[in-house]
Structures are given as C-alpha cells and as structure tokens.
Design a protein. Sequence first.
Length: 425
Amino acid sequence: MKKIFGLITLLTILTIRPLEGQIQESQKVLTIEECQAMAAENYPAIKKFSVIDAIKELKLKNINTLYLPQGGVNFKASYQSDVTSIPINIPGMDINPLSKDQYSATLNVEQLIWDGGVTGAAKRQVIKEAEIGKNELESELYAVREMVNELYFGILLNERFFNDLKLIKEDLLKILSKTEALVAEGMANKSDIDAIKAELITLKQREVELMSGKESLIKMLSLVTGSGINFDSEFREPSADIPGVEIFRPELKIFDSKSDFLQIKREQTISQRRPKLGAFLQAGYGKPGLNMLKDEFSPFFVTGINLTFNLGSLYSKGNELRILDKEMMNINIHRETFLLNLSLKSASQRSAIAKVEKLLESDNEVIALREQLVKAAEVKLENGIISVTDYLRELNRLDMARGNKCRHNIELISAIYTLKHTLNQ
C-alpha cells in the first residue's frame, strides 16, 4: 500500500471526463476486474488504437500506388549551334538541312511489373509496425491495471479495519455500561469511566481517519475509471487463487513483433538487390519527330519493357544483413534479461504469499486466545480483581490481533493479485 499516495502524480495524465452513466443501484457491487476494465476504457491513450489502424491503412494505400502507372509530362525547346547534315550533292535532289531550333512535348508512362518482392515486404513491414505500436500501448495500459489494484485493495483494507473498530466499540460500550453500574455501587472509580470514554474518543478518531482515507481512495479510483464510484459503492473481495507459471506479459509480444519486423527488413534488403521488370511508353509531338531527316512537327511514340539491376546495392548488402543480425541478438538479450528479472520477481512474490499464508494460520488461534483473555479480564473487572486500565490493555491486544488478521488477509489477496499482474494472468 506504500505506493497509493504516489499514484496522485500519475493521475494527472488522465483526462477528467464527465461521469457519464452513473453507476445504478444494481451496479453498486463492484469487482476488481470491472474496475480494471473501466480504467482501461477511460485511459486517454486508448484512442491511439484507432489512430494506429488509420496510419497503417494510409501507408498501405500509398504502397499500393507503386503498382499504378507512373507518368510525367515533359516540354522542351532548344536551339543548337549545329545540326546533322549530309555532305553529298545528289543531282536532281535538294536536301534541306535540319532547323537549329527544335521542340518537343512528351508523355512518359512507366508500369512496374515485378520489383523483386520489395512492395510485398514494405506492406508486411507497415503491418508489423502497427502491431508493435499496439503491443506497446497494451504495455502502457498494463500499468493502469496495477494502479487500479493498489487503489482497490487500499479500499478493502480500510473497510476491514473499520469493521474491526466496530467490534472493539461494542466491547467498550458494554464495559462502559457495567463500569457505570459499579461506580454507582461504589465498587469502581469515576476515573475508570473516564478512561473508557477516552478510548472511545480515540476509537472515533481512528474511524474518522479510516473514512477519510477510504473516501480519498474512492475519489482516485473514480477518476481513474471515469465512473460514478462513490462511498456507497460495495467492493467485492476477489478470490484468492494462486496463479500458475504461465507468462502473458505484453512485453513478450513486443519482443516477438520486433523480431518479426527485423526478419521482414531482412527480406526487404534481399529484395532490393533483385532486378526489376517494367514496361514503358513515351508518346510525344515535336520537331523533328523520330525521323530526324523530316524537319517538321510530327507525332511519335516508343514503347517496350526494361529490366534494371542496381549493382551498386551489392556493396552494402553484407553489412546491412550483419547489422540486422546484431539487432536481432540485442532483442534476444533484452528478452532473456526481462524473463530472468520476471522469474526473480515472481519467485519473491510467491515467497511473500507463502509467508502471509503461514501468518494467517496462526491469526485465528491468536484471536481465539485473546478473546478468552478479554472475557476473563471482564469477569475480573466485575469482581474488582483488576482495574479498567488492565482490562483496556487486554482489549487493545485483541484489537491488534484482529487488525493483524485483517491486514494479513488483504495482504494475501493483494499479493496474489500482484503475482497475477506480474505474470499478466
């Protein structure tokens, strides 16, 4: 529970939404799972899921355009100092020289037929990037669940302590009535009544502290979940089933996605070194046209296929693949480190669970003995054998024993849920 008040700083990142759909009468009984779901839905970053999908779709549309015909228009006017001529005189034939001013307007169209798999790899890369973004967002929402757990168990612990105070208050009021009767009979002093009343006042102060603490925790939980949780809401105690050893942490999905992403980059690197096959068409109108000996404006076109192969890209291929191998090793190292730390953490948490279970086994026995001692002290007080102070001492010890059990019970459930959170079960 030490982190509860530190959560106030984290809560400043939340958008304070209107408390829509206030919890109805039938919904006043809350579970920790419901609170976790409401907190995840209320968390502002949840909107990023739709943004990631939108970005992915736009990128895929852009990549798909690579297989659409690509074209451009070119206009050219030039003047040159000399032109090609035929230095032969043919009797009866007059060959006019070409004009030194030339003009052309061309439309160039290219159609990609096969790019070696570059486009397919680019699509898979975009899809995997979106997957990584979603997994990272899931990891961010995972932290919100931890926040809800701490607030929820803080509320339960406050309620348990408050119920324990009710039992102590009943015992004090009962002994107060008996002490007043003894004072009336001259068998006890008025100071004994004052001592009991002082304990009742102290008890009232503890009740105020617990109620104030619970109210503060409920307000924070209401803010986190964006719902109408209030002081009248009932918080159901979760079941205490110890989880298995399976790990479902979102970080593992991130590691997997990043590994897949590097594999796609490897495929793309190899694809970029393959030849590319395409078709082209050039149509135009100019002076001269394709017939250089015809010095007049005329239409023309050229069409065909081309095969290109970039030899320069082979120089860096080996280094790029080695870089990807090193990056893959780095991801695997991060994964192994994460799993090791997680194993150590979960082992420590299981030890803590076992410790609290042993403490709970002896709590009932301690409480039973303390209750017997309080009853015996009550009889002794009525017979004038002990003072009210001695009786209150035994009653306070019973209060401590009950408080220990309350704390241990909530600590056990909280420790189990902490382990569940660690493993994401």
